[in-house]
Ligand binder design. Structure first.
Ligand code: AMP
Length: 310
């Protein structure tokens, strides 16, 4: 199945307790497509960059088979820029700068060749822009959306409108609590699914992810890592791996969704090991396979666990 990702292609400046990287390649659409291309044959990117965006970055994406017909260059401005600083608890991050630049006037106009996309990944963006993209896709089989606290707080109505057309929402635990106004995640999940998305994934950082699909509740661990250098893009990578797996298998039932959560988690566990999307650019498929196998070990409950009644 073809997969379309809309989001940001960005310059990121990142500080973590373990180092700093200045104006490196980043953005939600970058991470989503670099992750999805491990699984899906047709991965399409829709985003805007400015006059300062180097052709070498474009080549990096093109060389990984990503369809860039929808990567628009706006010569009148600069590329979206984001700067963030992580605390010792890497789940805590402060945004130091968000310069929308060319994103401020971006109105998505999908190439005709993108309109038959089967899976649409709406990366973190203004929900009005996410909706504009959705309006231009003919009849997507699955719509997956990511958002963040900024949109939950500042554009709640637009977010609610787009959520009505979303099949899978992927957010973190703090966002789930904020969106639903409910501290208990199981109750929050019910309230959020009533807003539109049949399926909900709640990411819990180093504590894994919870999937609510149909009657199914599934919990996947995060891979325990000794060296985490930069969590930037882990959420987007998860989304790209999740949606990419569904595109590859061509199924969207709850069992496929469970597998997709494991694929997303496995891929995200690599991206945090280095700054920026470095790991995603160079990861051999065998290494990913090996890590997926490790997930089986990680949470396998021993067969024949003696129950109290036995
Ligand atoms: P994540 O760590 O998964 O939340 O994704 C981080 C990526 O999102 C970075 O590469 C940023 O360039 C991008 N990003 C940060 N803030 C925004 C925003 N307000 N809108 C869209 N993309 C953003």
């Amino acid at each position: 199945m073809s997969l379309l990702a809309v989001g940001t292609v960005a310059f990121d400046t990142i500080e973590t307790p373990f180092g700093r990287a200045e104006r490196i390649l980043g953005g939600s659409a970058t991470y989503i497509t670099l992750a999805a291309r491990f699984f899906a044959d047709t991965v399409r990117l829709n985003a805007v960059v400015g006059s300062d965006f180097p052709e070498a970055h474009v080549d990096l994406l093109r060389a990984r088979g990503i369809d860039l017909n929808g990567l628009v260059r706006d010569g009148d401005g600069e590329t979206f820029f984001w700067a963030g600083r992580y605390h010792y608890d890497l789940n805590q991050r402060d945004t130091l700068a968000t310069h929308l630049n060319v994103l401020a006037t971006f109105e998505p106009d999908l190439p005709a060749s993108y309109r038959d996309s089967r899976i649409v990944c709406l990366g973190n963006l203004d929900p009005t822009v996410q909706m504009q993209v959705l309006d231009q896709v003919d009849a997507p089989e699955l719509v997956v959306l990511d958002t963040m606290n900024y949109w939950i707080e500042n554009t709640p109505d637009a977010l609610r409108t787009v959520l009505e057309r979303v099949d899978v929402l992927i957010i973190n635990d703090a966002e789930a609590r904020e969106l639903s106004g409910e501290p208990n995640l199981v109750r929050a999940a019910r309230l959020i699914r009533d807003m539109g998305p049949d399926t909900l994934v709640i990411k819990k950082g180093e504590h894994g992810a919870l999937l609510f699909a149909g009657e199914t509740v599934f919990s996947a661990p995060a891979y325990p890592l000794e060296d985490i250098h930069d969590p930037t893009g882990a959420g987007d990578t998860f989304l790209g791996g999740f949606a990419g797996h569904l595109a590859r298998t061509g199924t969207t039932d709850p069992e496929a969704m469970k597998e997709a959560v494991v694929m997303g988690s496995a891929l995200a566990s690599f991206v945090v090991e280095a700054f920026g999307p470095e790991q995603l650019l160079h990861l051999p498929a065998e290494a990913l396979e090996q890590r997926v196998r490790a997930f089986y070990q990680l949470s396998a409950i021993p067969e024949g666990l003696a129950l109290l009644s036995e």
